[in-house]
Design a protein around this ligand. Structure first.
Ligand code: ADP
Ligand code: MG
Length: 420
């Protein structure tokens, strides 16, 4: 395991670079071939010493299944190797990362994009099912994207896959509960159809940004799958509660989440009466969200003013400390930059630079008034930097979603997004 690049395994013929991810039993690295081609690949490494009987089996099924198939939407296994320490699967590299990250950096996917992704996933699954192969661990983390510019799905991680005809029944618990069919969770007895349940959960997550039964425990999950309550209703109940408690920021974000559900429902509902009812609700939530937005932004302004006085006081107390003065200078430059449009990244860099300095100074500061002020200032700046990061994220994810698909985001979803 030793060698250049601390902690990176070494493999003849390849140079391993960054770690791409890890999952249930392996770590995956980006690598390129030392040959002239310099081909970029992904190498899935499993440490032999961590192998128990189950993971050897996973690895062998993965190799066996993948080496026999070739499909545009299934990740290609190019080769496999082993040495004293590890077993390596050398696979086609998917530069777009996995679908989980793809969805979450964009919050939700436009319907048009989700539709194309579903077609690609369906073609991979049809191909597998014709060969009596069930994946059994379908989830966004196991679906990769060929690139970010022209993303194509590539189904990956066949560690749990099985040769299984549609009528075979299995009795072992495999896969991730959130994406797992109820017969798998509750009865532990299932057949090839469980993959279809997972496809539904994945589609839902693509459109709404989270799986339909997001839960913290097994029993909560089971309760949610069994209940008939609408998901959006639960969000509104939570939003109203936060609103009553006076937590405007949390209430706002919950209302926005609920609107993510209600707005598309408005779009799809065919029954005129129900459509009216949804419309009334949406109107009500939108106006409360707008009010909350005003409250949140005015309290941000107040914090900003308060922050300026802390900074002024500190500056007074820092006359004999050139390093502190300089760091405070950078902080106020960051705040000024933040006011300029389109300079968010520069502002964030300045915040980070000043925070780095201020944290060091804070650590060295003796207890007293100046330390207290410095502490407050660091907290203020961190909160501003976090807020800025969020703004950048929202902006970039809109931008990316738009460039991915110029007219894909429906107008209604667009208007609900701008609430945040
Ligand atoms: P595990 O069996 O441990 O879950 P996976 O095969 O799912 O391993 O890989 C773990 C993570 O590594 C994936 O979720 C993905 O983010 C990343 N990854 C895996 N294979 C590739 C690949 N071919 N190209 C790019 N990233 C990959
Ligand atoms: Mg995985």
């Amino acid at each position: 395991m030793a060698g250049p690049g601390w902690g990176l395994p070494r493999l003849d013929g390849f140079i391993l670079t960054e770690r791409l991810g890890s999952g249930t039993y392996a770590t995956v690295y980006k690598a390129y071939a030392k040959k002239d081609t310099r081909e970029v690949v992904a190498i899935k490494c499993v440490a032999k010493k961590s192998l128990n009987k189950a993971s050897v089996e996973n690895l062998l099924t993965e190799i066996e299944i993948l080496k026999g198939i070739r499909h545009p939407h299934i990740v290609q296994l190019k080769d496999f190797q082993w040495d004293n320490d590890n077993i390596y699967l050398i696979m086609e590299f998917c530069a777009g990362g996995d679908l989980s990250r793809f969805i979450h950096t964009r919050r939700i996917l436009p319907e048009k994009v989700a539709r194309v992704f579903m077609q690609q996933l369906a073609s991979a699954l049809q191909f597998l099912h014709e060969r009596n192969i069930s994946h059994l661990d379908l989830k966004p983390q196991n679906i990769l994207l060929s690139s970010l510019e022209r993303p194509h799905l590539k189904l990956a991680d066949f560690g749990f896959a099985q040769h299984m005809s549609p009528w075979d029944e299995k009795h072992v618990l495999r896969g991730s509960p959130l994406y797992m069919a109820p017969e798998m969770v509750c009865r532990r007895q299932y057949d090839a159809r469980v993959d279809l349940w997972s496809v539904g959960v994945i589609l839902y997550e693509a459109l709404f940004g989270q799986p339909p039964f997001a839960s913290r425990s097994f029993s909560e999950l089971e309760e949610k799958i069994r209940s008939n309550r609408l998901i959006e209703t639960a969000l509104v109940v939570e939003a109203v509660k936060k609103d009553q408690e006076g937590d405007a920021a949390a209430a706002l974000s919950l209302y926005c989440k609920a609107l993510d559900f209600f707005v598309p429902a408005l779009h799809y509902e065919v029954d005129a009466k129900r459509k009216e009812a949804i419309k009334a609700k949406v109107g009500q939530y939108v106006s409360r969200a707008e009010e909350l937005k005003a409250i949140v932004s005015s309290s941000n302004q107040a914090l900003l003013r308060q922050g300026t006085t802390v900074q002024e006081l500190l500056r007074e107390m820092a006359r004999d400390k050139p390093r502190l003065l300089a760091a405070l200078e950078v902080a106020s430059a960051a705040m000024a930059k933040e006011e300029e449009t389109g300079k968010e990244r520069d502002a964030l860099d300045l915040y980070q630079h000043s925070l780095g300095e201020l944290l060091l100074l804070l650590a060295a500061e003796a207890p007293g008034r100046r330390r207290e002020l410095l502490h407050t200032e660091v907290q203020n700046l961190m909160a501003r930097a976090e807020y800025l990061k969020e703004q950048i994220k929202i902006k970039e994810s809109h931008w990316e979603a738009e460039s991915l698909d110029k007219e894909g985001l429906s107008e209604s979803v667009r208007s609900s997004c701008t609430l945040q």
